[in-house]
Design a protein around this ligand. Structure first.
Ligand code: CAA
Length: 407
């Protein structure tokens, strides 16, 4: 049975900040953000949006695009590290806003940026376990990345949501069953209860990410079938590689590490200048998947799937019948390397709304961004041209209230 992602839909919040403006305000050379981190813009949420509205809008777009009866969804998993309550899951709000069936299982998953992959794998296993019973799961990865103003993490903020329909009729990606996992307890990035901004040991987090990639990819590569021919590497078997991308330069560091492991494990492969060859491999296999995320920033657990949606949207027709490699990293930590086959029919589902979402944003200046960052979460009215389907109205009687405004 082929199980995987039938289609994806994304939602990017209404506001954005150009990083050249942030660089000027912080007295930083713009090249540091553009070339050093690979970032151009960051997505920001207006007061009327939070992680619930991001997730619900992505879910509504997916249900609309797939012409799906919500009653057909038997499992709703929301992956997020930006919850709005200690007990009530984001998925519960989303379940209500989307009008899903009362016979649907509903829960959140949290493990930093890994939770989206945990949700995807859980949903795929549930579909497989159903055998010939038709099972459809809605998986939504949604996050808002916040670091303290003026901190090194500040330019790597962002926000967004990706909804995925997981079932036995995948048209976007057929998931491999063999994956490589690596988990280790580390304090590289965390957010204590009560804090809105994350704490991070930046350079250590990069080292932890690369160690986790080494562990997960090595485990995955050992399971690869058919066995490698002399001189053949895993990179020869894929059209593209997608990495969790807190900032695009992280994917370049990751690819350099993967290539080193992969090519050194290929007996007979002759590489004279590894750095030059790895850079060429990055341009061919990785860079095309990073163009859109450079305009969104880190959307934590949605990041990898935003890259997948953007790649399929931009190049779907060319990728039919080709294989992709994917790497998911969640600080703390857990990581997974897996692969997927893009079905020949991908062109029918490849519009995930990436280009349209990016085109409809309002750019704010640094003063407005700082006011938003300092403001308490009160909810509010939708700004002019708002493209989301739901707004956060505010808190009444200690309960968060939402309203449908679009779609
Ligand atoms: N022109 C071009 N490049 C420049 C430059 C200039 N004028 N000045 C500096 N640079 C380059 C640096 O050489 C460096 O590149 P290399 O790493 O390739 O050497 C890059 O810009 C970053 O500069 P710094 O090394 O000075 O690092 P920083 O203090 O700006 O911090 C960071 C960078 C650690 C990523 C920080 O932004 C941060 O803490 N981000 C949040 C944590 C994070 O994203 N970690 C990633 C791994 S963990 C993970 O993936 C989970 C998650 O989502 C959080």
């Amino acid at each position: 049975m082929s199980v995987g992602i039938e289609r994806l839909a994304v939602y990017v919040p209404a506001y954005a900040l150009k990083l050249e403006d942030l660089a000027a305000a912080r007295g930083v050379a713009p090249e540091k953000y553009r070339d050093g981190l690979g970032l151009g813009e960051m997505a920001l949420v207006p007061p009327c949006e939070d992680v619930v509205t991001l997730a619900a809008t992505a879910g509504a777009r997916l249900i609309g695009a797939a012409h799906l009866d919500p009653a057909q969804i038997g499992m709703l998993l929301v992956a997020t590290e930006t919850p709005v309550d200690h007990a009530k899951p984001v998925a519960s709000f989303v379940h209500g806003l989307l009008g899903l069936s009362s016979h649907c299982r509903v829960w959140d998953l949290t493990h930093a940026c890994y939770a989206g992959t945990a949700a995807l794998m859980t949903a795929a296993d549930w579909v497989r376990a159903g055998g010939h019973r038709v099972r459809r799961a809605l998986v939504i990865a949604a996050d808002i990345a916040r670091y303290p103003l003026g901190s090194p993490g500040e330019p790597t903020q962002g926000a967004g949501a990706v909804a995925m329909l997981v079932d036995a009729e995948p048209q976007a990606l057929i998931l491999s069953e063999d994956t490589g996992v690596h988990a280790r307890h580390v304090h590289d990035f965390w957010r204590p209860l009560g804090r809105r901004e994350a704490l991070v040991d930046g350079q250590y987090s990069i080292a932890c990410y690369l160690d986790a990639l080494t562990g997960a990819f090595t485990a995955f590569r050992a399971l690869e079938r058919p066995p490698f021919e002399p001189g053949e590497a895993f990179t020869d078997r894929v059209a593209h590689l997608l990495y969790h991308s807190p900032f695009p330069k992280m994917a370049a560091k990751a690819h350099r590490r993967l290539v080193e492991i992969d090519w050194r494990a290929a007996p007979g492969r002759v590489v004279e200048d590894l750095d030059t060859a790895a850079a060429a491999s990055f341009r061919e296999l990785v860079a095309p998947g990073l163009e859109a995320i450079a305009r969104v920033g880190n959307c934590y657990t949605a990041s990898l799937y935003f890259c997948l949606a953007a790649l399929l949207e931009a190049q779907g027709r060319r990728l039919g019948g080709r294989r992709l490699g994917l790497f998911s990293y969640g600080s703390g930590s857990c990581a997974e390397f897996f692969s997927g086959l893009v079905p020949a029919s991908v062109a029918a589902v490849s519009d995930a709304g990436v280009a349209a979402s990016l085109a409809r944003r309002t750019y704010v200046d640094v003063a407005a961004y700082e006011r938003l960052a300092r403001a308490p979460e009160t909810g509010g009215d939708p700004p002019p041209g708002f493209a989301g389907a739901f707004i956060f109205e505010g808190v009444r009687g200690e309960q968060r209230r939402y309203a449908r405004v679009g779609i």
